[in-house]
Design a binder for this molecule. Structure first.
Ligand SMILES: NC(=O)c1ccc[n+]([C@@H]2O[C@H](COP(=O)([O-])OP(=O)(O)OC[C@H]3O[C@@H](n4cnc5c(N)ncnc54)[C@H](OP(=O)(O)O)[C@@H]3O)[C@@H](O)[C@H]2O)c1
Length: 279
């Protein structure tokens, strides 16, 4: 069955691969990018009959609403939304400036929220739809150096969990996909953010940064398979809220479940001391 998809961040990586696979499968695709020119160049000679390319700044709420309206005008509705746009940032919490924090949240939180406000009225009226928010295993667990990126993805996880429970009664399904390391541009200088100013004493994070910048092309995750999994999630009525993707992601998610359990249990005695005493 042919559906209409709205995908953000499509000139590279998972977004670009998703657009390619969806068009090849005969779906309608509204593909947003900060640069229509870059998107056109990246798509090459792909058949564009079912494509609506949209140059969009996700932080501009009115422009996002117009993009969603244009999608509905062109294709008569909208079935699946993939909030994919995002980027990594590698630096210590202390080194991360206010501007760097705000820039991350503009994309990973406020931008997603703009898309959600724009698409939900139509989906509620139609009593159907699927929202896929691209998070990360770093939205489930944390590592030194990834504080800002995890902060954005944890925020995305929080709002998405609430959203899923709010819109289920309208027939709208919501999924978080949680990839591990995947072979896209994510760890290339064109994508990966680094702090403008570093602080002494974070040598381990500098070493990690060097190691990560050397990693492109060696990550475990295959973008074509990650995208196929995202398409599978959207066509599966029983997909879980948290769809982990990749063996690295699965292992880290399991470890997080264990460590969270033992951490909560370690504080059990004190936890149970703070209720109001019975009269
Ligand atoms: N690759 C991984 O290892 C990995 C792992 C876990 C999660 N993820 C998540 O997967 C999603 C896609 O990333 P990717 O791996 O495909 O990386 P990518 O190859 O660097 O592509 C990132 C896409 O996001 C958009 N984007 C980047 N910075 C942006 C900004 N400041 N404002 C708006 N859009 C921006 C770009 O879209 P335009 O330039 O077209 O606007 C680009 O197409 C992200 O949400 C990322 O956090 C990736």
């Amino acid at each position: 069955m042919s559906n209409t998809w709205f995908v953000t961040g499509t000139s590279r990586g998972l977004g670009l691969e998703l657009v390619r696979q969806l068009l090849a499968q005969g779906h309608n695709v509204a593909a947003t990018s900060r640069s229509a020119e870059r998107l056109a160049a990246a798509l090459g000679d792909v058949d564009r009959t079912r494509l609506l390319p949209i140059e969009l700044d996700l932080t501009d709420e009115r422009a996002v609403a117009a993009a969603v309206a244009a999608t509905a005008d062109r294709f008569g509705g909208l079935d699946v939304v993939v909030n994919n746009a995002g980027y990594g940032f590698l630096g210590a919490v202390e080194e991360t400036s206010d501007a760097e924090v705000r820039r991350m949240f503009e994309v990973q939180v406020f931008g997603v929220w703009n898309v959600l406000r724009a698409v939900l009225p139509g989906m509620r009226a139609a009593r159907r739809g699927h929202i896929v928010n691209v998070s990360s295993v770093l939205g489930l667990t944390t590592f030194p150096g990834w504080g800002l990126y995890s902060a954005g993805k944890f925020a995305l996880e929080g709002l998405t969990g609430s959203l899923a429970a709010e819109v289920a009664e309208f027939g709208i399904r919501v999924t978080l996909v949680e990839p591990g390391y995947t072979r896209t541009d994510f760890l290339r200088p064109v994508s990966l953010g680094l702090p403008a100013a570093t602080a002494d004493g974070y040598g381990a994070i500098r070493e990690m940064t060097t190691a990560h910048l050397a990693m492109p092309g060696t990550q475990l995750g295959d973008p074509a398979k990650v995208v196929a999994a995202i398409i599978a999630v959207a066509s599966n009525a029983a997909s879980p809220l948290h769809q982990v993707l990749g063996s690295d992601s699965y292992g880290l998610a399991q470890a997080r479940l264990e460590s969270l359990r033992s951490d909560v249990e370690a504080g059990r005695e004190l936890a149970l001391t703070t209720d109001v005493s019975p009269a």
